[in-house]
Design a protein around this ligand. Structure first.
Ligand code: ADP
Ligand code: MG
Length: 316
């Protein structure tokens, strides 16, 4: 549904988005995750025909965002990061105005407004001036606007930023509902947000994609990079050599203290050697008091990736 190829966007000398490629399948709900300044909004603005890429291409439903922008706009609903609304307008009036801008007939507008009012739970607020609404309600008006022309694709830039926990819960629920009918990309700088809503995630930092895949796949990558901790009592050199010989073991660091050796063991991706280590200790008559797989959390992984990106940027 969405294909982005080698997309780069520079502002002056600054590369905000650097050679980014990804695709989104029909019906997917994809989280675009990254710290502030990662290049999320810039990428989404290219996809929504807001500004052109410096190089690379992007298509939505097969249409090029640069050369076929009218076709793309027809298929996309966009909730920008700073959701601009007219505070003096009433909700219905605003949606009607937006429908006119889209060239919808009076009848189409009336039907669309009742559809989005229901989809975004706006019923009792439809006659209220926008200026009187809470931040969460305003966000729902922005969503209703994005849905007015019943687009196939929804692009939501930090849809829950600035909302209180209750509003966040409601908005997430609403997005979950919308995901049944639309392909969605939503950006966020908060991992639990993306985990709660999305099936796939794309982690971006410093303008580059650092990881992508289903939440499970990204988790597996983390397990692959996990470390094993063991505490074994025995002659330090023999313990170290013995463990190193186990198939799949790549590295062994030993810290010896009061008769015990504390080992940090690195192994091949996805390989769990705990059983072999226990067998080795038993065979050699060594004491074994700890044997633990240290799996980093997705949170930790995200922090590491984004810290690495920040470091690389500082070094440039
Ligand atoms: N209009 C602009 N002019 C100059 N620099 C910009 C502009 N918009 C964004 N940037 C810069 O591009 C980088 C990426 O910004 P942005 O895409 O807004 O990141 P994110 O949405 O992930 O926080 C940042 O370093 C930001 O300062
Ligand atoms: Mg942004």
């Amino acid at each position: 549904m969405i294909t982005v190829k080698q997309l780069t966007k520079t502002y002056g000398a600054h590369k905000a988005v650097d050679n980014v490629s990804f695709s989104v399948q029909k019906g997917d709900i994809v989280g675009f995750l990254g710290p502030n300044g990662a290049g999320k909004s810039t990428t989404l603005r290219v996809l929504t025909c807001y500004h052109p890429a410096t190089s690379g291409t992007a298509t939505v439903a097969g249409y090029d965002v640069l050369t076929q922008s009218m076709e793309v706009r027809r298929r996309i609903g966009y909730l920008p990061e700073s959701n601009p609304l007219y505070p003096e307008m009433r909700v219905r009036e605003y949606l009607d105005f937006r429908g006119k801008l889209r060239g919808m007939s009076r009848g189409d507008r009336a039907a669309a407004i009742s559809r989005v009012t229901e989809a975004c739970w706006l019923g009792e607020f439809i006659q209220r001036p926008i200026g009187q609404l809470s931040k969460g309600m305003k966000q729902r008006v922005g969503l209703a606007d994005a849905l007015l022309h019943d687009p196939q694709v929804l692009i939501l830039d930090e849809p829950t930023i600035g909302l209180d926990p209750n509003q966040i819960r409601k908005t997430r629920q609403l997005i979950g509902d919308l995901a049944k009918r639309h392909t969605i990309i939503l950006s966020s700088h908060i991992l639990p947000e993306v985990e709660a809503i999305c099936e796939r995630l794309i982690i971006i930092a410093g303008g580059k994609i650092r990881a992508s895949g289903s939440i499970g796949e990204v988790r597996n990558r983390i397990v692959g990079a996990s470390r094993l901790i063991a505490e074994i009592r025995g002659p330090v050199q023999q313990v170290q050599d013995g463990v190193r010989k186990i198939a799949g073991v790549k590295s062994v660091d030993v810290h010896a203290a009061d008769g015990w050796n504390r080992l940090h063991i690195g192994s091949d991706e996805g390989r769990d050697v705990r059983e072999e280590i226990a067998a080795l200790a038993a065979r050699s008559n060594w004491g074994l008091r700890e044997l633990r797989l240290e799996v980093g959390s997705l949170e930790e992984f995200f922090t590491q990736i984004t810290a690495k990106a920040a470091g690389a940027e500082a070094a440039e």
